[in-house]
Design a protein around this ligand. Structure first.
Ligand SMILES: Nc1ncnc2c1ncn2[C@@H]1O[C@H](COP(=O)(O)OP(=O)(O)OP(=O)(O)O)[C@@H](O)[C@H]1O
Length: 400
């Protein structure tokens, strides 16, 4: 029965799986992360040396098979993670106590609003060397914000739809696994199908391919993922999803500039990042942290979007600058990064996004939809110039 399934049962079963050097089992070696159980679905990570990740795929599968064999287990999501001790530049190689048994030693998943990262220099460069491309995906673009609630996910989804309107093949990955919002924003429910070869078929909506932790975990399940598990969950959503051929995959990043975000920016082979900010000073300070984070790991910042710029009254059409106006534009100029455009605060954006049909699809002729399309065009031109113009050639129509 699902209700009786316990972490201890899972750990006991995992004691039957030998570690990388066959010296002992993966539990005693301290390689198994916190085990998360949700309605019979089991999630955990195994810490390995990243240099050996490919050769240890068999170990990952063996652990998954053992757990899936337990009564009451519907599925097991097991990831290999290159967890590192804070401050170290090399992966942990010495055995540690199992984290699930020593909660005081296992840092909680970083809060989405943790302060700017203080990772030691050198770490970024090292991780970028290990970040590989995803076959079939030509560009990965992150949409990020220094703080939560500035409209990052709303911007990400409309940005993705606007890129699709340019004739590009677009996917969107909801990496905000603390608070996934793509199912709601795109009016999607249900679960992705499992395909042959253990890949997941992405969901589809309005011409986008979509993957979100929200499809795999209930929205009200507390996210007790540990930092390393966050990273490996995202890496799994990147690599174990049958994205097919995509011109661009838009990644809706978790808000904030903490360690999880920094690691993700390192691990995902990003072509560039779009930073979303509201015009207030406080939001802009956080946006600057976001910008620094990407620059630290050599990811080009494609530009800043000012969201909730001006309030457009749906009744009288009047404008008022509730949060100020133009702050992000000035900030972009100060920081020497492109300003991609501004999106007004409108009831229509909120209603359409929260109603599962973003404004670029529900009202494509509106000024706001045009603003998103303009932002997407400018950002895509930036990606192009940053990567030497690999965009497919436009179709030339000869008119007589
Ligand atoms: N331009 C806008 N006009 C009106 N409402 C907006 C606008 N942009 C976003 N919103 C609304 O603001 C709320 C927060 O937006 P969203 O979820 O996109 O923010 P977020 O930065 O991704 O938040 P979180 O950090 O919590 O993930 C939503 O209700 C959304 O509909």
């Amino acid at each position: 029965m699902t209700e009786t399934l316990t972490k201890d049962q899972i750990l006991a079963a995992l004691k039957g799986v030998k570690g990388p050097d066959l010296s002992s089992n993966i539990v005693s070696l301290g390689l198994v992360s916190e085990v998360v159980i949700n309605k019979g679905k089991v999630y955990f990570a195994i810490s390995v040396d990243p240099a050996r990740a490919a050769e240890l795929e068999g170990l990952r599968k063996a652990a998954a098979t053992v757990v899936e064999g337990l009564p009451g287990v519907a599925s097991a999501t097991v990831t290999l993670t290159a967890d590192r001790e804070p401050g170290s530049t090399a992966p942990t190689s010495s055995p540690r106590p199992a984290r699930s048994e020593t909660p005081q030693a296992a840092p909680e998943a970083p809060s989405p609003k943790t302060p700017a990262n203080t990772a030691p220099p050198g770490r970024a460069g090292q991780a970028r060397q290990t970040a590989g491309g995803i076959p079939g995906i030509r560009r990965i673009v992150a949409v990020a914000s220094g703080k939560g609630g500035v409209g990052k996910s709303t911007t990400a989804v409309n940005f993705a739809l606007a890129l699709k309107d340019q004739g590009l093949k677009v996917g969107i990955l909801d990496a905000d696994i603390y608070g996934p919002s793509m199912p709601r924003l795109l009016g999607l429910s249900g679960q992705p199908q499992q395909l042959a070869g253990n890949k997941l078929d992405p969901m589809r909506q309005y011409g986008l391919k979509v993957m979100s932790m929200g499809f795999l975990v209930d929205e009200d399940t507390p996210m007790i993922w540990r930092g390393p598990m966050v990273i490996s969950a995202i890496s799994q959503m990147l690599k174990d999803v049958a994205w097919g051929e995509l011109d661009v995959l838009v990644v809706d990043m978790p808000p904030g500039t903490g360690d999880a975000q920094l690691t993700m920016a390192q691990q995902v082979p990003l072509a560039g990042a779009v930073i979303v900010s509201t015009p207030q000073d406080l939001a802009l300070i956080d946006a600057r942290k976001g910008l620094n984070m990407f620059q630290k790991v050599n990811v080009p910042v494609l530009g800043i979007v000012e969201n909730m710029s001006t309030f457009l009254c749906p009744h009288c059409g009047g404008r008022s600058d509730i949060f100020g106006h133009g702050g992000a534009k000035e900030e972009a100029a100060k920081l020497g990064v492109p300003f991609l455009g501004e999106v007004p605060l409108t009831l229509a954006v909120r209603e359409t996004s929260d109603g599962g049909k973003p404004i670029v699809v529900s009202d494509p002729d509106s000024d706001v939809a045009k603003a998103y399309r303009q932002i997407a065009e400018t950002a895509w031109a930036e990606i192009d110039s940053a990567s030497g113009g690999a965009r497919p050639a436009p179709k030339i129509v000869m008119e007589s």
